[in-house]
Design a binder for this molecule. Structure first.
Ligand code: SF4
Ligand code: SF4
Length: 181
């Protein structure tokens, strides 16, 4: 059990992480990841019974993202969530916990990321992509792979160029400030 001096900052960091995650959700909604790999201690049967869709890939079960348990900005199976979800902390959460940045600075970074993500989704819609299911990068790759006629589809060419730029910047932001190795 931690002593009183160490427990207080840990509890504050944990409360900050909860507030930040409720305002974010990018590691559950398909923005950052395609899937979450289950670990030996996870029960595929129990997680399926809780409504998760699993996919077997290279001898491992994975939760497909966007995660169906992500509802109303929260994990609806929080107490029973898989091990990787329990252990995952993005760089913003890690930096707040380490005292490197304030909660306000992390909140600002998350706001910026969410705005960029919404802008990208808006460009998907402008380019006629109506299927909102699937991870962000999969949706993006499908759109970019569609052939376009530069003469007959000049507007779409402009939107696509904007999408490519926005996605490139967004991926760089996720790599530097959210994903962990
Ligand atoms: S990306 Fe970070 S801040 Fe956002 S929900 Fe995941 S752990 Fe929380
Ligand atoms: S199980 Fe919960 S924490 Fe894990 S990806 Fe799904 S919504 Fe997020």
């Amino acid at each position: 059990m931690p002593d009183a001096d160490s427990a207080a900052p840990a509890a504050l960091a944990s409360a900050a992480a909860s507030r930040l995650c409720i305002a974010c959700g990018m590691c559950c909604d398909g923005t950052m990841f395609h899937h979450v790999r289950l670990q030996p201690r996870d029960s595929a049967k129990a997680l399926t019974a809780l409504g998760l869709k699993l996919k077997r890939k290279r001898k491992h079960d994975h939760i497909i993202q966007p995660c169906p348990a992500y509802r109303g900005s929260q994990c609806s199976i929080y107490l029973d969530r898989p091990e990787r979800c329990r252990l995952f902390e993005c760089r913003q959460i890690q930096r707040v916990a380490a005292g490197e940045i304030t909660e306000a600075a992390a909140a600002e970074k998350i706001r910026d990321a969410l705005e960029r993500s919404a802008h990208i989704r808006g460009l998907f819609a402008r380019l006629g992509e109506t299927n909102s299911k699937g991870p962000l990068t999969t949706r993006y790759e499908k759109i970019i792979a569609e052939p376009l006629d530069p003469l007959a589809e000049a507007d779409a060419m402009v939107f696509r160029a904007e999408l490519q730029r926005a996605m490139e910047e967004f991926e760089a932001l996720l790599e530097s400030d959210f994903r962990v190795q």
